[in-house]
Each structure stands twice: as C-alpha cells, then as structure tokens.
Ligand binder design. Structure first.
Ligand code: COI
Length: 354
C-alpha cells in the first residue's frame, strides 16, 4: 500500500504522562483511506489530525453503519515500541464489517497503516509505568443518502492517544451492577461485533449503574436474562472453586483479544477454563457460599480490572473481601509484563515496530 504523508505544520505539546486518563489527548496525525464501489480502497494518507467533513445526510449519522477497534503500542524499557496481537484486531474488524455490510479492510493493510502511523507518532508513545499509546481504527459509511441500504462509500481512519489507566481506580477493584432489565445483545444481532451501536445502546445501563455508585454494568443474556455475558467495556471471568468461568463466544459476546490471551495463560498454568453459560443465580450463590474466589474484567483499554463487589437486584456479594485477588494480580503482571517487554514473550504475541 502506498501511503502519502503530509506532516503537520504545528506539533502539539505532549500532556503530562502521569495525568493521561483515557482518550483525552489525540496525537498530531491520523491515517485516512477511502472506499467506493468503483475504486475499492484508495488514497491512503497520513495527514494532520483534523475534523472530518460529512454531508448531513450521510449514512453513518442516521443509521450508525460504523465499526471500530482498539489496540495499544507499548514502550519497552530499552526504548523500543511494540504492538500486541494486531492481527487479532484486523481479523475481528473484518468479521464486524461483514455483519454490518461494510467492506473488509485487508489485514496486512490494517497492520501497515497502524505501524506507519505509530512510527510517525513515536514521540507520543509514553514511557511512564502503565501508560501506552491507544490506537483507535474505525470505519464508517460516508454516502450522502437517507435510504436504508449498504452505503456506496466509506472511510477507514486511525487515530491515537497516549493513555493511562481506563478506570481512575487503576488496579483497585471496581463495583459492578448486574443489569436485570435492559439487554445488550441477542443471538443473530450485532453483539459479537465492535460497532458503535452496541455501545450507544449500553449507555442507559451505564448511567443507571453510575447513579447507584457502580462503575459498570454486567449484562445478562438477552433472551432469558439469566446468564452472565459481558461488562460495558470488557469481557468478564469468574474463579469459582478453583476453576475459571467465562461466557462462550456464541454471537452475543465480544471475542476479546485480552480474553483470548488470558485463557491461553490460564490454561498453560493448568487452570480449567470453562467457556460456558453461568447463571447469575449460580454466581450469586457462589458469592454467598464462599466458592466465588475472584472476579475480573478483561479488555484492551482496561487490561484487567478486578471486581470487588457485584450487585444483582437487592443481593450484594463482596468478592475476595473487596481486594484484588492473587490470580488476578498474576494475570495482570504476566500480561502487562509481556506487553511492555519486561517478560519474554513465549507466544509470539508482540511485534516490535520501532
Ligand atoms: C477497548 O478495550 O479497546 C475498547 O474498545 C473498550 C472501549 C469501548 C473503551
């Protein structure tokens, strides 16, 4: 792929690396490429970050034909920069796009676009502990038309921002509310995709949870509202009686890259990992009879997020005395060790790009 580069005339001042938060400071440049029915993907460019001009009638603004991804670039102790399993994001975006009738963006071009952009923005990759450069590829329908149909033109873009912890609490446990009324996904829907619409539909649950003092929502399955599925921005795992339980990937749950990596680590350490339906009743029962040992969310943005409390209707369970569990900590240390290059990567997950 040939990428045209236009350097920004003014470069922004970098933010304080100890106060990055999540998603607040965008870097100087962005990757852009266009698709239309006649030409396919064309005009790859890295240009100064700037607003996008859209016709007010364009499809994405009305019918939400949009997908996105999230991955990170990590600064290693010796100053190199590496990506973590970017091919997983590229392939997931292709599957998301298939469901939303959007054109596939080829895996090798996806990785090249990200690699070139991060190389140009390498001074933005932070080096403070637990910081990284979050990379947000996304695609949307640009055709100006109010008809509901597959659009005839799209844009694929990548923006980046240096980030710290997703939750202000860092690795301190979060409190999660089990949502028993609203649903996130049903079989046959878009639950397995990373499309903006999934997140738009989840905000009401999030607002409700926050009003009650909870950080996020744990969604139940959309048909019976019985089985635990995933949290607002993460997959979720439960350690019960020494074994790990997490929802299966059967169309309603996001196939998370961090989820997949955790399962690999856990199995290699000899844990039984059950990718199976777990009812919220059995979960709360385990919370009360002492067999629920640890709960943690997994996601690119959040990495691993220990859960210290679960609320379902009027029933409240405190997990591991509200403290971060031993296994949660070990998973966090191992995964982040590989990502930041502190631990040798035996899986070939990391890719040095600068
Ligand atoms: C990620 O973990 O990368 C995500 O996409 C979650 C995001 C919605 C904050």
């Amino acid at each position: 792929m040939e990428i045209r580069f236009e350097k920004s005339k003014t470069l922004k001042e970098k933010p304080d690396q100890t106060k990055l938060g999540f998603g607040k400071y965008m870097t100087d440049h962005m990757f852009v490429m266009d698709w239309d029915q006649g030409q396919g993907w064309h005009d790859a460019r890295i240009v100064p970050l700037a607003p996008v001009e859209l016709d007010p009638s364009c499809v994405v603004l009305h019918y939400a034909q949009e997908t996105f991804e999230g991955l990170k670039a990590y600064r290693t102790a010796d100053g190199k920069i590496q990506l973590f399993r970017p091919e997983m994001n590229a392939r997931r975006m292709i599957r998301s796009n298939e469901r939303l009738c959007m054109p596939a963006f080829p895996e090798e071009d996806f990785i090249e676009a990200i690699t070139e952009l991060v190389r140009i923005e390498q001074d933005w990759v932070p080096s403070e502990p637990d910081t990284s450069l979050y990379i947000r590829p996304f695609m949307f329908a640009t055709e100006a038309s109010l008809g509901v149909h597959m659009a005839s033109s799209y844009k694929f873009m990548v923006i980046c921002c240096p980030v710290g912890a997703y939750y202000e609490t860092g690795l301190d446990p979060v409190k999660i509310l089990v949502e028993d009324e609203l649903v996130r996904a049903v079989k046959g829907g878009t639950g397995f995709t990373k499309c903006g619409g999934n997140y738009a539909g989840s905000i009401l649950g999030q607002v409700k949870a926050e009003k009650m003092g909870y950080a996020q929502v744990l969604w139940l399955d959309g048909e019976e509202r019985k089985y635990v599925e995933e949290v607002g921005t993460m997959n979720i795992m439960f350690k019960i009686g020494g074994e790990i339980y997490t929802a299966p990937i059967e169309g309603t749950v996001l196939p998370g890259v961090t989820r997949d990596s955790m399962i690999r680590l856990l199995r290699d350490w000899g844990y039984q990992v059950n990718e199976t339906k777990l009812s919220v009743d059995d979960l709360m029962k385990a919370g009360h009879d002492g067999t629920l040992e640890e709960v943690f969310g997994t996601g690119t943005a959040a990495v691993i997020s220990p859960v210290g409390e679960l609320r379902y209707k009027d029933d409240v369970v405190v997990v591991n005395g509200g403290a971060t569990g031993e296994l949660t900590q070990k998973l966090y240390d191992t995964l982040t060790g590989i990502q930041w290059g502190r631990i040798t990567d035996p899986y070939g997950w990391t890719r040095v790009i600068a």
